[in-house]
Write a protein that binds this ligand. Structure first.
Ligand SMILES: [Cu+2]
Length: 247
């Protein structure tokens, strides 16, 4: 019996070809990508520059409106980075919606693969700046769908937040990257463990008592790794960790 015709997987060159075309067709700054980091987004996630969403479509048009100030809620320049425990139900649902959208359009998968690559971004001084740019790209991708969404922080040093965030507990997405499919799993540890990691932050020789960046990043790397391991499952493996929305 002849084998059923299967869809041919694109070769690497077929996958990378449109990237060149997109970059050439979309000069920096078009479609309302703002200022300096437009090129950064384009370079790393060219499909973002090429995609067109409602939020993006109205952004450049509204720039010329005299009452743009009344629309600040839609076009905030900087993110109001809130404690995840203080988010309203609307803020949580918008965040989850934007997360799902960038998962569906493939952007999240690309970011997960970038994080899995070797950029020397862990266990050294590059940890904080590298991940700051990574979160910026992640946030910019979500702004494609919800311009007012900001990545919140989880203050696991607070006694009342020393547990896995409730609103994310049931969110275990399957993320398809350009190279694999990842289904998020977790195995959070006991609260007391987060409390002991906290002593590395505020303790006598903890991260916050350091006075130079070099001295600060040493303990921060250990603390950061400790929380990844505490969450467990996907988060405890750097090659897949960024697929978990708690990341
Ligand atoms: Cu990382």
């Amino acid at each position: 019996m002849p084998r059923a015709k299967t869809t041919k997987k694109p070769t690497r060159s077929e996958v990378t070809k449109p990237r060149k075309r997109e970059t050439a067709a979309m000069p920096m700054g078009e479609h309302g990508m703002r200022g300096g980091h437009a090129s950064l987004v384009e370079r790393n996630l060219p499909s973002l520059a090429d995609s067109m969403t409602f939020a993006k479509m109205i952004r450049p048009n509204l720039r010329f409106l005299p009452h743009i100030r009344d629309l600040r809620w839609l076009f905030q320049d900087l993110c109001d980075r809130k404690d995840q425990a203080t988010l309203t139900d609307i803020e949580k649902s918008r965040y989850l919606c934007a997360f799902e959208m960038i998962n569906n359009d493939g952007t999240l998968g690309k970011l997960v693969d970038i994080h899995a690559e070797m950029h020397m971004q862990h266990t050294n001084d590059r940890l904080l700046p590298w991940h700051r740019v990574f979160v910026l790209l992640f946030e910019e991708a979500m702004h494609n769908y919800h311009p007012d969404v900001c990545v919140p922080y989880w203050d696991w040093t607070r006694t009342d937040e020393q547990h896995f965030p409730d609103w994310l507990a049931t969110i275990t997405p399957t993320v398809t990257t350009p190279t694999r499919t990842i289904t998020v799993t977790r195995a959070p540890g006991p609260s007391a463990e987060l409390d002991s990691i906290t002593s590395g932050v505020f303790g006598p020789s903890g991260a916050m008592s350091q006075t130079t960046y070099g001295d600060f990043t040493g303990p921060i790397n250990l603390i950061h790794g400790g929380v990844h391991v505490w969450v467990g499952g996907t988060m405890s493996d750097a090659s897949v960790a960024a697929a978990d929305p708690v990341f």
